[in-house]
Design a protein around this ligand. Structure first.
Ligand code: NAD
Length: 462
């Protein structure tokens, strides 16, 4: 039986391992930490558990709007943390059983190349073992990008990992980076009553997200008290008796703010610096592993998947990449198909998009049709009353053939509803097909059909 080794047990790695094992390969996963990687242990899952606690608190505070009196609500941070921990542990146990049932051997340790097909694994206690393996999948993930002006100490200057485990809520938080991580934490902590300032180097937040959606989220968070310093940079940080004094370069000049904690969220970088890839001859370009469409690296028999191959650094992209790499490694003629990959931001309200932004579509296609339906005209969004009635669903289509090019959503459950857009774009559906697809009433999903109806010139409830 052929053997395959997967370096990393995160979304790319464990899916690669499960796929390889189900293809009949003897499979080894080398993981230095916990199975589930960043996503399960320090990313998607724990963060969204905090989002849920924040939403419940927010709902209780606004219970009177729903005719419910005296709902009150007090955040018990340790219990919030405990709930998050239980969810993570439960999922981790599930993953461990999946691996066991598939007959996958999980080796605890840190892997590095000694030669093309030779791996060294160092266990926590320092024992070194050597593996000679003809097929290897590198899925070692990514790590927090450091910021030289503001060194992370995980006490006062936190990364997205450290902030998940803070023992109590701070009074104030400065978030450096207005990307997905920065905005999700800004939204969580602002909802929980923390004073939040976001510093972003660009003139807008959420790079890569549709501009209209990004501006709306900035406005909605701004209304709730989040302060944005755009086109701004941190110059220096000084510790002063338990607080941080931060000097910022903003468009107005030099400003100083004093906060309890700082979150550094200026991006993530592939986790490759300790793999000794040069010993195997694996080509690295711009800090990420270079792969072809079947996810093969420059070396025969060595594949890579997930954050190590660069953007989009998303768990759901890693799932499909891990599976593809494992099938290719097991000898199947497979390639990545340019699948539509949704981007979701779990702010309150949520933002989700798939395909092109409106600006990208206009630049690429020139002639585009845009149908946008405001959620304030959608019954279910008004019933939900989560602040999302200020949101919208927008569908961008090719003006000539009607192919759906992009779907953008801001509002309650946007990260769930975007599945409709993913299905449309992945299957090259047309705007007419979306307009002619009946959606249940009352649902927010109807707003997508309404947006399509607007685009084809048959508006219904507007
Ligand atoms: P990001 O690239 O999305 O955002 C980083 C932001 O920091 C950018 O807006 C950038 O302009 C800004 N920035 C960079 N240097 C700066 C500086 N010196 N001062 C101020 N601003 C600065 O990165 P991220 O938010 O750290 O997320 C990392 C990765 O993780 C991304 O690929 C993201 O998609 C992924 N992620 C996804 C989700 C999700 O799907 N919901 C959640 C978390 C993370």
């Amino acid at each position: 039986m052929s053997t395959i080794a997967v370096i990393g047990g995160g979304p790319a790695g464990y899916v690669a391992a499960l796929t390889a094992a189900r293809k009949g390969l003897k499979t080894i996963v080398i993981e230095e930490g916990e199975l589930g990687g960043t996503c399960l242990n320090r990313g998607c899952i724990p963060t969204k558990a905090l989002v849920k606690s924040a939403s419940v608190y927010s709902l209780l505070k606004s219970a009177h709007k729903f005719g419910v009196a005296n709902a009150g609500g007090e955040v018990k941070w340790e219990q919030v943390q405990e709930r998050k921990r239980k969810i993570v542990e439960g999922l981790r146990r599930g993953l461990q059983s999946l691996m066991k049932e598939a007959g996958i051997r999980v080796v605890q340790g840190k892997a590095a190349f000694q030669a093309e097909h030779k791996l060294e694994v160092i266990s926590k206690s320092g024992d070194v073992s050597l593996l000679d393996i003809d097929r290897i999948i590198i899925a070692s993930g990514s790590t927090v990008k450091p910021l030289k002006e503001c060194a992370i100490d995980e006490k006062n200057i936190l990364s997205s990992t450290g902030i998940l485990a803070i023992p109590q809520l701070p009074q104030s938080l400065l978030v450096i980076g207005g990307g997905v991580i920065g905005l999700e934490f800004a939204s969580i902590f602002n909802t929980l009553g923390v004073e939040v300032i976001v510093v972003e180097a660009l003139p807008h937040i959420l790079p890569g997200i549709d501009e209209e959606a990004g501006s709306l989220i900035a406005a909605l968070l701004g209304k709730r008290g989040v302060k944005f310093k755009l086109s701004a940079k941190v110059l220096r940080v000084d510790h002063l008796s338990g607080k941080m004094s931060v000097q910022l370069q903003t468009s107005k000049g030099i400003e100083e703010v004093v906060v309890d904690k700082i979150l550094v969220a200026v991006g993530r970088i592939p986790n490759i610096s300790e793999l000794r890839l040069e010993k195997a001859g694996v080509t690295v370009e711009k800090g990420q592993i270079k792969v072809d469409k079947s996810l093969k690296t420059s070396v025969e028999g060595i594949y890579a998947a997930g954050d190590v191959i660069g953007n989009p650094m998303l768990a759901h992209a890693a799932f499909i990449e891990g599976a593809t790499a494992a099938m290719a490694a097991s000898g199947e003629a497979v390639e990545m198909q340019g699948q539509a990959i949704p981007a979701c931001v779990y702010t309150i309200p949520e933002v989700a998009q798939v395909g092109l932004t409106e600006k990208e579509a206009r630049e690429l296609y020139g002639n585009v049709k845009v149908g946008k339906y405001p959620l304030r005209a959608n019954g279910k969004a008004l019933i939900e009353d989560e602040g999302g009635e200020e949101g919208f669903i927008k569908i961008i289509s090719d003006g000539k053939y009607g192919e759906v090019l992009g779907v953008v959503m801001v509002g309650p459950h946007a990260t769930e509803l975007i599945g409709l857009g993913v299905l449309a774009i992945n299957n090259e559906l047309t705007i007419e097909q979306l307009a002619d697809t009946v959606q249940a009433h009352p649902t927010i999903c109807e707003a997508a059909r309404e947006a399509a109806l607007i685009a084809v010139g048959r508006p219904l409830h507007i």
